[in-house]
Structure formats: structure tokens, C-alpha cells
Design a protein around this ligand. Structure first.
Ligand code: ZN
Length: 167
């Protein structure tokens, strides 16, 4: 079970609060773990509250996570780094929220509840930040190196054939 990080979002933003933390991937909610290949890894985050130039309360979440996913080529687990830097703008009325989103389609807006679980924001960002088709740069490179060391290099064989022919 994950412990919530409860904040009063409006107060947090208006008072310009900030907090940083670290948590184990294993402590995240099942909905995140279900997307991952294992429970190893760690998440670091910084949550900063501020008021933007339109006087709207906002929360900025910066996040760096190291999580296990499955390589699409060799199907082995591999670590990937997920980074996110997102802003959610808080509204107290549905009307204003809709008007703001109409003005700016990129705007990530929510209605400010008296209590917000920042851990859910963190988990959402991790899920959205996961690569769609993760691949090792070089699957099983260690095994390949070993296999190459045993077999003669095909180009060396070709070269020796050429030289023997020309002799
Ligand atoms: Zn692979």
C-alpha cells in the first residue's frame, strides 16, 4: 500500500511551498506496478507551488524515476529513466476551468479539492512517461561479445581467403 502525500493544493500554491522526496518503486500503487517488469527502482520528485502570471495557483511536479520495463526485442527486464516536468493549474470553478482550457488547449487543469494526494500525480506522470516500446541499445551484448570471441571474425576469414588466392 502506498502512503498518500496529502496537501491542500490551493494553500500549497498560494504560499509557494515546495517539497522534495524519494520513494521506492515498490511503494507505488498497483496501477503503476502493473505496467512495470519489477519492483526495483526509485523515484525522486520535487513539488513546487506557485501563482502564475494570470494569478492562478499552480503545482509544478519535477520527477525522475528509474523503473524496470520489458525489452521488446529480447523480452528481458531493463531499467529505463522516466523524467517529467509538468504543471497543473488549479481552478475553483468548473466554468473558469472550461474557459481557460478553451483558451489554451495545452493547459493541464483540475478543480482544486480541499485535499490532494500528490502521490497520485507522481504515479500518473510515471505511467505517462513510460516508453511505448523500450529496447536495449544492444540486446544481450555480453553474450554476443563472448560468442564473437570464440568464433573467428568473418572479415578476417575473408581477408585470409583473398591473400591465399592472390598468392
Ligand atoms: Zn533486449
Amino acid at each position: 500500500m502506498s502512503n498518500p502525500i496529502l496537501i491542500d493544493p490551493l494553500k500549497y500554491a498560494r504560499e509557494g511551498r515546495a517539497q522534495s522526496g524519494k520513494m521506492a518503486v515498490a511503494a507505488l500503487d498497483e496501477r503503476v506496478l502493473a505496467e512495470l517488469a519489477g519492483r526495483d527502482g526509485e523515484v525522486e520528485y520535487t513539488l513546487t507551488g506557485y501563482v502564475d502570471r494570470l494569478r492562478r495557483p499552480c503545482l509544478r511536479l519535477e520527477l525522475a524515476a528509474r523503473v524496470l520495463v520489458v525489452c521488446g526485442r529480447c523480452l528481458e527486464a531493463m531499467f529505463v529513466d522516466v523524467k517529467a516536468d509538468s504543471v497543473v493549474t488549479l481552478f475553483t470553478s468548473e466554468e473558469r476551468l472550461l474557459a481557460a482550457v478553451e483558451d489554451d488547449e495545452e493547459l493541464d487543469a483540475i478543480i482544486a479539492e480541499p485535499e490532494l494526494d500528490a502521490r497520485a500525480l507522481i504515479e500518473d506522470e510515471i505511467i505517462m512517461g513510460l516508453p511505448l516500446s523500450p529496447l536495449h541499445d544492444d540486446c544481450g551484448s555480453e553474450e554476443l561479445e563472448r560468442a564473437r570471441a570464440k568464433k573467428p571474425n568473418p572479415f578476417a576469414v575473408l581477408a585470409s581467403l583473398k591473400t591465399s588466392r592472390s598468392e
